[in-house]
Design a binder for this molecule. Structure first.
Ligand code: PEP
Ligand code: MN
Length: 681
């Protein structure tokens, strides 16, 4: 049981609470948890919780049925997001840590850091103090190794995590590392846990090779009780009768920890299986089981590694794993976390100096710098993309209410704590971005089952000063949501966005008697049920909307096909109108990747004569520009005339793209450049 004390509780009142609990047979322990002062009471005492809650200075009493309290979900129901430097762990992101088992030399850690960073790792790992089974094995470079690692982390914009093996070293290492790792062998080294916890830094807590889940939770309890709030569990395999693999990866520990604790859990597939070829499959299984991330050993030359070579991935294998993780993440409702790379690094990768609004891509003449007719300069658009950083001061707009899919996309792109504005309808999102009350908006444009959201494509034409600056894809799992008292048989009316109906067509076809009522947004439909207290009405929306509005999920997964994804775009405002096409502060969230745009969206019309569309497609085909989408829409007010909506790839050599756009403009009637952005996987 936890007694949360009011801030500024009088000493005398606190003493009374202590006496009250002791008199009733509890062992008590005082601790602080974030800003709260807490008394943890354990043992076989009996208490009237309401009476205890009424004592002066008692804010709240949380009864836990578990021996661990601070780590328990009973104490804190929402997920804890752990921050390590510029990186977050937990929530809907997948955070990947990579690096060698041990720091072996300055060159080795520098080069490894650059390689894993390029593949998408956001935290650098490496041991400076290695607890080895044999006293004759390489023990690590010590403080010097840590200094090399810090330099490698800084050069690549990655916070670092390293193992600490003694309380004395913890103090010495504190200012050099961003996160402490407690190794498997030290999971129950309580003096170490207490010391490390008291330093207040984030901690990666490995599971002991023979530790039960409860012992592991208790070890985390030590850390929280001694002062840190930021603990990440790391499952790294346990000792079983099986000897083929180094350890046995306990996949089931992931969902168990996630239900028992609010803290994130990541997986170390390297130490779990110990065999290089088995690391990636185990890593993917961990992601599928709900892990918040991975820590993976990577070595440039595993055969020469001073420790754990046989389980270290080659950089190419790690790169492949990252691509697979990125593709798998949306299936479990997550997204691979990316963070911005330091400037010099991006530059060297691009092979060109970072450009501002006026500078061309890859040194080519910006085609639009002289002729501004018909659309924005790509040089300006893509340049702004590279430079812009989301500063988080202005809100981001989305259409709908809490729990809307667009809100999930927004949180995925800008973070759970991003300021946001809810609007009524998509047009209001464009308005908010245009008038500057929002720095960006999140807009669905296409669903993999139901097709384009035409309303939004049309809005882009009505708002030429708004551009697309990013995209992301969200897996959409629809639920039938209703009041707690409702049953499937009593439902008569279904509410949702028309896209929701379209995506659940097969399910709805089985209930022809249901009346369908379209709403602006799926979450708005859910909210309407609460407002009306309706019991014969259900809504089609995501589980998040049911949770946000306190309703019951009658049936989960009712979309016609589980491969149901919606593509959202991030929109921002251009300055100087359509002609200049320059973007102001296009706040591309780092989670959508840094670097130059790889995709662009265009709208054009062609003359009514043979071969006119072919001529446009030929321009792209000849330059190796991939057309990933082409759709025609009637032009309003011009019967039987059409606009073509195209999504195209931007080749590496961007001068080629600028030239293609310039030529396209000569072959098209109307031409709109909706935006350039990094393609989502
Ligand atoms: C390590 O991460 O290099 C390590 C020694 O791991 P573990 O403590 O899980 O064996
Ligand atoms: Mn190792």
């Amino acid at each position: 049981m936890i007694v949360v004390l009011s801030k500024g509780i009088a000493t005398h009142d606190k003493e009374m609470v202590r006496i009250y609990l002791k008199d009733r047979g509890f062992n008590i322990r005082e601790q602080s948890f974030g800003e709260d002062a807490i008394i943890g009471a354990s043992g076989k005492g009996v208490v009237d919780v309401r009476e205890l809650g009424l004592l002066p200075g008692v804010e709240r009493v949380a009864a836990t049925s578990k021996p661990y309290e601070l780590v328990s979900r009973e104490t804190k129901s929402e997920d804890t997001i752990v921050t390590v430097g510029n990186v977050k762990i937990g929530g809907s992101r997948i955070t990947v840590i990579a690096g060698p088992c041990a720091v072996e030399s300055k060159e080795q850690i520098m080069e490894t850091a650059a390689r894993v960073r390029e593949s998408g790792a956001v935290i650098l790992r490496g041991g400076a103090y290695k607890p080895r089974t044999s006293p004759y094995a390489f023990q690590g470079l010590g403080m010097q190794g840590l200094e090399f690692m810090k330099a490698a982390g800084e050069a690549n914009g990655m916070p670092i995590v390293t193992e600490v093996v003694s309380p004395e070293l913890a103090v010495q290492m504190k200012d050099l590392t961003d996160m402490f790792q407690i190794g498997a062998r030290n999971m129950q080294n309580f003096e170490l846990l207490k010391k490390v916890g008291s330093l207040g830094k984030p901690v990666l807590l490995k599971r002991g090779p023979s530790a039960t889940i409860e012992e592991w939770l208790m070890a985390a309890e030590y850390l929280l009780a001694s002062g840190t709030n930021d603990v990440v569990f790391c499952e790294r395999g346990i000792r079983t009768f099986e000897t083929y693999t180094r350890n046995t990866l306990d996949i089931s520990a992931i969902p168990v920890i996630k239900s028992l604790s609010h803290l994130p859990v990541i997986v170390d597939p390297s130490h779990a299986v110990g065999i290089r070829a088995k690391v990636s499959p185990a890593a993917l299984a961990a992601i599928a089981a709900g892990a918040d991330g991975l820590t993976v050993e990577v070595h440039l030359h595993p055969d020469e590694a001073l420790s754990d070579g046989p389980q270290s991935l080659y950089p190419e294998q790690f790169e492949k794993l990252m691509r697979d993780v990125e593709a798998l993440a949306p299936v479990v409702g997550k997204e691979l976390l990316r963070t911005p790379r330091p400037h010099h690094h991006v530059t060297s990768l691009d092979g060109a100096a970072p450009f501002n609004g006026a500078a061309p891509l890859s040194g080519a003449m910006p085609l639009d710098s002289a002729t501004t007719a018909g659309g924005p300069s790509l040089g300006a658009t893509t340049g702004a993309f590279n430079e812009a950083v989301f500063d988080g001061n202005l809100p981001v707009a989305f259409s709908g209410e809490s729990g809307a899919f667009a809100e999930q996309a927004l949180m995925r792109a800008f973070g759970e704590d991003a300021k946001r504005i809810q609007t009524d309808g998509f047009k209001a999102v464009f308005d908010a971005v245009l008038d500057g009350s929002a720095c960006a908006g999140v807009i669905p444009v296409e669903n993999s089952l139901a097709g384009s959201v035409h309303e939004n494509y049309d809005l882009f034409l009505r708002y030429p000063d708004i551009a697309m600056v990013g995209e992301l894809k969200l897996r959409i799992v629809h639920c039938l949501i209703a009041d707690g008292r409702a049953e499937l048989d009593s439902i008569r009316v279904i509410r949702s966005h028309p896209q929701g109906f379209a995506q659940c067509k097969d399910f709805l076809d089985k209930h022809p008697d249901w009346e369908l009522e379209p709403f602006n947004n799926t979450a708005t439909a859910v909210a309407s049920i609460v407002r009306e207290g309706a019991v014969k009405v259900a809504a089609i929306a995501g589980e998040a909307a049911a949770i946000a509005h306190g309703l019951k999920v009658l049936k989960e997964g009712i979309e016609t096909n589980p491969l149901n994804y919606t593509r959202f775009v991030i929109i921002s405002r251009r300055t100087g109108g359509k002609a200049q096409g320059e973007l102001i502060a296009a706040p591309v969230p780092p989670s959508l990747g840094s670097g130059k745009p790889t995709k662009a969206s265009l709208v054009f019309s062609v003359s009514d004569e043979p071969g006119s569309l072919f001529a446009c497609l030929k321009i792209m085909s000849e330059r190796g520009i991939n057309l990933s989408k082409l759709e025609s829409r009637p032009i309003q007010g011009k019967p039987w005339e059409y606009l073509f909506y195209a999504d195209v790839s931007i080749p590496d050599s961007a001068g080629v793209f600028d030239a293609a756009i310039a030529e396209l403009k000569t072959k098209t009637r109307d031409f709109h450049f909706l935006g350039a952005y990094r393609a989502a996987v």
